[in-house]
Ligand binder design. Structure first.
Ligand code: ZN
Length: 144
């Protein structure tokens, strides 16, 4: 199921990730399932509970999860996935990512090398159907 995201929403994610570098940034992807598409209509840059220089530890702070929950109810949308960054590491799921994953969600991983938008090195999106098989790549379509 391709993930469709507006260019402006992807910009919000890129800015958040570049700003937080060298720390790992994370956030939620909200929207609707429309036929065979996951349409992202709102991105929520969150605070990482693990505020340290780590490329493979992220967890959205509980108060942000509450906000995300409220936002989805108010707008009649749902959490379709999460994004997080891999500072100075490739956009490939770590073992920690796989172990912390849920089958339903899309996981967007952004590789970043510095504090500028040009330092965004790679953006990939995965489904992690279980903890035994390899994550599956899921297409990202950027809409204007
Ligand atoms: Zn990761």
């Amino acid at each position: 199921m391709p993930l469709i995201i507006l260019k402006q929403d992807l910009e919000i994610i890129k800015k958040h990730i570049a700003e937080i570098f060298p720390y790992e940034a994370c956030g939620a992807l909200l929207g609707i399932i429309d036929g065979n598409d996951k349409k992202i209509t709102k991105v929520f840059p969150a605070n990482n509970k693990y505020r340290k220089i780590a490329w493979d530890a992220f967890e959205i702070e509980p108060k942000d999860m509450l906000e995300i929950d409220k936002l989805s109810r108010k707008n009649n949308i749902e959490v379709l996935g999460f994004y997080h960054s891999h500072p100075n590491h490739p956009a490939i799921p770590s073992n920690t990512d796989i172990n912390a994953s849920w089958p339903y969600y899309s996981y967007m991983i952004v590789s970043v090398k510095g504090n500028n938008l040009e330092d965004i090195a790679d953006i990939k999106n995965y489904l992690m159907p279980d903890k035994i098989n390899k994550p599956l790549s899921e297409e990202i379509i950027i809409a204007e």
